[in-house]
Design a protein around this ligand. Structure first.
Ligand code: NI
Length: 161
């Protein structure tokens, strides 16, 4: 297990477009393992490679039980709408209301290069959208309708326990 340093808002790497993965080798496997470890250590539900300084199209998203590994992911279908609080490990301590599709279908490669499709609803759909935007150099803060107050954040944390 290896933890990587998470870049925070203001780092130029977070604003850059990540390159596609072409080699499904041990370096990719190490990156995926480290992303999952780093995400879990930080109590996050998703983490993208640019957030640890690697400009490759790789992300992990937790569906509540398992870690979904996404290599070269793209959204191929989306429907509905949801509005709710969103946070980011690169923007510590802040949460903002963001509107996202309610259902998202993603096509991606796994760590061996095999293509697969996965569908997410609600929180998982939000996670897919959020992490895929990191691969194009965008943060959720660009979409925030309003930030939560400290009282609202405390209430949200209580509800999650
Ligand atoms: Ni994020």
């Amino acid at each position: 297990m290896a933890l990587r340093n998470i870049l925070t808002d203001g780092e130029p790497t977070l604003m850059k477009t990540a390159r596609p993965v072409t080699r499904f080798d041990h370096r990719l496997h190490d990156l995926l393992d480290d992303l999952a470890d780093t995400m879990e250590e930080a109590n996050g539900v998703g983490l993208a490679a640019p957030q640890v300084g690697v400009l490759r199209r790789v992300a992990v998203v937790c569906d509540g039980e398992e870690v979904i590994e996404l290599v070269n992911p793209e959204i191929i279908a989306q429907s509905g709408e949801q509005s709710g609080p969103e946070g980011c490990l690169s923007v510590p301590g802040r949460y903002g209301i963001v509107t996202r599709p309610n259902v998202v279908r993603v096509r991606a490669q796994d760590r061996e290069g095999h293509w697969f499709e996965v569908e997410g609803e609600e929180l998982l759909a939000r996670g897919f959208c959020h992490e895929l935007e990191h691969l194009d150099g965008h943060l959720y803060t660009e979409r925030v309708e309003r930030y939560l107050t400290d009282e609202e954040i405390e209430e949200m944390m209580r509800e999650e326990q």
